[in-house]
Write a protein that binds this ligand. Structure first.
Ligand SMILES: *Cc1c(COP(=O)(O)O)cnc(C)c1O
Length: 479
């Protein structure tokens, strides 16, 4: 399998293999990588995968799917990497992504039982093992520099801790993450993990990462990399749980199901789009947003409008608080018949000049729903509280705020014809304050997380300035 950029001209022969794009972020032309084509899964293969999942487990299913996209890692190694990643010890259950039956035709797929209690572990844990494998093969090292306001940073640190050849330098706004999130990240004592609390806000952290990455000499010398959600390997890892969810919810491939996905940067639901393009019988892909409704606006109107910081709201589902959806370009590439030049005009010059584009008059826009199955809706703080309360009262379990956004939209858009699977993207303990507001009680803490706030913390506080962080990286690399 070869990969191309979403901004590549049709005539461009430029293609890359999986391990070449693994350690890269954006393509050099500013686009995102996608496979040249989506492998098609026949009825027989899907039946075989049912048996594989039920008898050999999630890791073996992951190997089957990944091997269709990765041909530059020997099969035995890829299988071993999957087996090492998706274990009951790391993900809490043998099913890895068990389905919870809510009511007739409605399920919740649990993706949040990994080390940091959010679905980002599903992809990041695999990424850590892929990085370690590939860096060892090349005899190289990598310094991951990131900015986080919560979930991404801790998922990256738990995936990379103790890995050979990798250091993680993670900036976060000093004193602004929840006590639970701070405890999760700062209690890691691994020598290759560096927590940097920046005296500033999240934007200051992002500016530091940009400033360091824009210093090309520094970037090259110290092999600075990222683990953000545009990485194709992360998206590919997420394709697997759409298959695993479908297999658990159905008895035969004649059934279609829909998925409802709490969405921010469009990485998660884009993986659903890939699964659907491979032939998984998905009826609808329900994109659920919070008050930051860039995506809902597009799917309703055909207008994509990037928000300024004054129009980007801090909400109680903070991992979906985005001003633009960094993976969205991938879907638009498919929607526009893989016309890379047009995508380049829309997302390159176009967006940077006007901050918007409008496909409402293009006949292809209607295909987002009719051909690709996308529908959307949004949810507010009041909706989250009401959904968390109703779920607790009617079903006796607690859902987190992001999952609540998706459940709310799913209930509005589900049809009797198709069962709906809502993806659970975090556990409620991570957003305890809103749960207390909704229910007047604390969510329960999974085993192993009692008293983490009292653990010793490994973090250094630094000014909102790139220079001291560069100095730290240089010192730790020792060259
Ligand atoms: C990252 C995240 C999301 C949004 O996922 P995208 O792939 O960016 O759309 C939703 N919920 C939680 C809890 C997250 O951490």
């Amino acid at each position: 399998m070869k990969y191309l950029s979403t901004r590549a001209a049709a005539s461009s022969p430029e293609r890359k293999r999986f391990c070449e794009i693994l350690l890269e972020g954006l393509a050099p032309d500013g686009g995102l990588y996608l496979p040249e084509s989506y492998p098609q899964v026949s009825d027989d293969t899907l039946n075989r995968w049912r048996t594989v999942y039920h008898s050999q487990g999630y890791a073996e299913l992951a190997f089957e799917i990944l091997s269709l996209y990765i041909d530059d890692i020997p099969a035995a190694d890829l299988r071993a990497l999957c087996a090492k990643t998706y274990t009951a010890e790391v993900f809490g259950t043998g099913e890895i992504v068990p389905l919870r039956h809510v009511e007739e035709g409605l399920w919740i797929e649990a993706l949040s039982n990994g080390p940091t209690l959010a679905f980002k572990d599903m992809a990041m844990q695999l990424l850590g093992n892929l990085f370690e494998f590939e860096l060892a093969r090349r005899g190289e090292e990598l310094n991951i520099l990131g900015a986080t306001s919560g979930d991404t940073g801790s998922a990256a640190e738990y995936a990379m801790r103790g890995k050979q050849g990798v250091r993680v330098f993670m900036t976060s706004p000093h004193g602004r993450m929840s006590p639970f999130q701070q405890a999760q990240m700062f209690s890691l004592q691994d020598a290759n993990i560096y927590n940097i609390a920046v005296e500033g806000v999240f934007d200051d952290c992002q500016d530091i990462v940009k400033a360091v990455s824009n210093d090309l000499d520094f970037k090259r010398k110290y092999k600075i990399g990222t683990v953000n959600s545009i990485n194709w390997a992360r998206l590919l890892a997420q394709v697997v749980y759409y298959f695993a969810g479908y297999i658990q919810a159905t008895e035969s491939n004649a059934e279609q199901v829909s998925f409802a996905v709490p969405s921010g940067n469009f990485g998660n639901v884009c993986a659903g789009h890939v699964a659907r393009m491979m032939g998984l019988p998905i009826a609808q892909l329900v994109v659920a947003t919070n008050e930051n409704d860039v995506l809902d606006e597009f799917f309703r109107t055909g207008i994509y409008r990037v928000r300024g910081s004054a129009d980007t709201f801090e909400t109680s589902s903070p991992s979906m608080d985005i001003s633009k959806a960094s993976n969205f370009e991938r879907f638009v590439f498919d929607l526009l018949g893989r016309d890379g030049e047009r995508v380049k005009a829309l997302f390159g010059e176009g967006l940077s000049k006007t901050g918007r584009f409008d496909l409402s008059a293009d006949p292809l826009f209607a295909q987002a729903a009719s051909r690709y199955g996308f529908v959307s809706g949004k949810s507010t703080h009041a909706d989250r509280l009401a959904t968390i309360r109703a779920t607790w009262e009617q079903h006796g379990f607690i859902i987190d705020t992001h999952t609540a956004d998706a459940l709310k939209v799913a209930q509005e858009l589900r049809t009797p014809a198709h069962p709906m699977i809502v993806l659970e993207t975090a556990l409620p303990i991570k957003f305890a304050a809103t749960i207390v507001e909704a229910l007047g009680r604390e969510p329960e803490r999974p085993a192993g997380f009692e008293g983490i706030e009292a653990l010793p913390k490994r973090v250094q506080v630094m000014a909102a300035d790139a220079d001291p962080i560069k100095a730290l990286i240089a010192r730790e690399c020792g060259y």
